[in-house]
Design a protein around this ligand. Structure first.
Ligand SMILES: Cc1ncc(COP(=O)(O)O)c(C=O)c1O
Length: 387
């Protein structure tokens, strides 16, 4: 490798590093030889450890083997894949669904299949990277509207040339800010401008709305959402992504979505455990877990009130604590670690410069003691003038 390339890589490599866990990741994990309470996982209901979820993964692995051995269109589609897709579509009141190996693959595979040169994607400025990447890879024009601002979107729709397909896309629950999109207003704009309306509800699925069906059901607009994306990697406690929509949309993706066609199918065990997790989400167990999560959200509000942090209301289980000065982030992060708490510090480019923050991710698995400990360490940081 050339010296220039080496030095470029060295500059990049110093920015982020991997942390190796020596245990399962539940409410706590062993990292660097110490047990830390995690406020970092998207396993919002704690289902990654549920015995029924683990058992169905094991059963499917024994029956179908671990790897699927081929892409979905060749010989990589098993009964668990088909059953998961049917159940996910029914849960979201859509005719059909399609599972991908990740939410990232679902979004990029969808946008590149559906959109192209001459089309326009209107995306919220804070949409997840997988949506922005998919829009860019597709060759369509990407217009980013001001975060959660339907008036700005309306202006941009009016100003854009009326040619090609138009697609409006938003996260349901925003992954770094935890706030919820104004879905009713966006649906109305999509209808008025004859645009396709897509919601990526990765973080709302399993948690928000009736039975955890997500933010479109919570806002009562699910029938007006053309494309509903969600993942198995968050509240379902597994791995994978899926898209729900019309039968023709799903057939089109089976034929044209490159991340679906040219990639090894996720293992049957992944689909089988996803199905069991989905059944739990729908059941009384799911209702109790959501109630516990909402209780932890209420405790988080009390913690924020106590430290006098009230710049942003808590709308979901993702709670950002945006720093007045990004320079203090690393010091606070180390202090939290010393006190046994792992709260991820989020820096640019994941968030814009000036938006450095702690992303507190709450789970039903957190106990009252975990929440109290988080509260008292934030108190100490506040008292020390750090937060
Ligand atoms: C809104 C959103 N969409 C998609 C993804 C990607 O999902 P996955 O982790 O399954 O690739 C994420 C991941 O954090 C996300 O926050």
């Amino acid at each position: 490798m050339s010296e220039l390339f080496e030095s470029e890589l060295a500059g990049l490599a110093s920015r982020r590093a991997l942390r190796i866990l020596r245990s399962t990741q539940g409410r706590a994990a062993v990292i660097d030889g110490r047990e830390l309470i995690l406020f970092s996982t998207n396993d919002y209901l704690g289902l990654s450890h549920h015995p029924a979820v683990i058992e169905s993964a094991c059963r499917a692995a024994r029956e179908y083997g671990w790897g699927s051995g081929a892409s979905r269109l060749i010989s990589g589609t098993t009964i668990p894949h088909a059953e998961f897709e049917q159940a996910a579509a029914a849960f979201l009141d859509k005719p059909a669904a399609l599972m991908f190996s990740s939410g990232y693959a679902a979004n990029t595979g969808l946008l590149t299949a559906l959109m192209g040169r001459g089309d326009t994607v209107f995306a919220d400025r804070l949409c997840h990277a997988s949506i922005l990447d998919g829009a860019r890879f597709s060759g369509a024009k990407l217009i980013r509207y001001t975060h959660n601002d339907p008036d700005d979107l309306a202006r941009r729709l009016a100003a854009a040339p009326a040619r090609g397909k138009r697609l409006i896309v938003t996260d349901g629950v925003f992954s770094m800010d935890g706030d919820i999109a104004p879905l009713a207003e966006l649906a109305q704009l999509a209808e008025r401008c004859r645009a396709i309306f897509m919601v990526d509800d990765a973080h709302g699925f399993g948690v928000s709305g009736p039975q955890g069906r997500g933010t479109p059901h919570m806002a009562g607009v699910h029938e007006r959402v053309d494309i509903h994306v969600a993942t198995l990697g968050k509240a379902l406690g597994g791995e994978g992504g899926f898209i729900a929509g019309s039968r023709s949309l799903i057939d089109g993706l089976i034929n044209f979505s490159r991340s679906f066609i040219y990639s090894t199918s996720p293992p049957a065990a992944q689909a089988a455990s996803g199905l069991t997790a989905l059944e739990l989400v729908k059941s009384d167990t799911g209702a109790k877990l959501r109630e516990k999560l909402f209780e932890n959200m209420r405790k988080m509000v009390q913690i924020l009130e106590k430290i006098g942090y009230n710049t942003q209301p808590v709308e979901s289980h993702i709670v950002p604590i945006v720093m007045e000065s990004g320079e203090r982030l690393t010091g606070c992060y180390r202090y939290l670690l010393e006190r046994g708490l792992y709260v991820p510090a989020i820096r640019p480019p994941t968030v814009p410069s000036g938006g450095e923050r702690f992303r507190v991710s709450l789970s039903a698995a957190h106990t009252g003691d975990d929440m109290a400990r988080l509260g008292s360490v934030f108190d100490e940081l506040k008292a020390g003038g750090l937060l």
